[in-house]
Ligand binder design. Structure first.
Ligand code: HEC
Length: 114
């Protein structure tokens, strides 16, 4: 790989990591908050959704914070993006639950947004 291209890749990796680090991890309280909508949800389920979100949705753009959409809007946004990421139905459901939970909490950032 040409040095210039390698440097660009490295820069891209730092950007992706930076965004992932700013996205906070879900808690038991988040799981409880969406239990009415998604019965039986645990913090582990939400963490799986977070991992998938960072892994599958950061290919074309940095991952937006969950707070950029309301819980009601996220399923529709995912309807458009799931095809782009070629998500399975299970992956889509996990990511949706994570985004709805953190959006409902009114946040998603571990620290104040830059
Ligand atoms: C193949 C490339 C690609 C992948 C993968 C992808 N996106 Fe996107 N996304 C785009 C493009 C291009 C836009 C610019 C606006 C548009 O075309 O809708 C966008 C815009 C967005 C927006 C802003 C627009 C809005 O409706 O708020 C959100 C949020 C979003 N993507 C979420 C996601 C999520 C969640 C995933 C993972 C399931 C994902 N994206 C995966 C290409 C992609």
């Amino acid at each position: 790989m040409a040095p210039r291209k390698a440097a660009l890749c490295l820069a891209a990796a730092f950007v992706a990591l930076g965004c992932a680090a700013a996205l906070r991890h879900p808690t038991a309280a988040d799981a409880q908050a969406v239990a009415a909508r998604y019965p039986g949800t645990t913090a582990v389920d939400l963490e799986r959704g977070r991992t998938l979100y960072v892994r599958r949705c950061a290919g074309c753009h940095t991952v937006p914070l969950p707070s950029v959409h309301t819980p009601a809007e996220w399923p529709e946004v995912l309807g458009e993006m799931a095809g782009r990421s070629r998500l399975t139905a299970q992956e889509r459901a996990d990511i949706e639950r994570f985004l709805v939970a953190l959006s409902a909490a009114g946040t998603g950032a571990a620290a104040p947004a830059p």
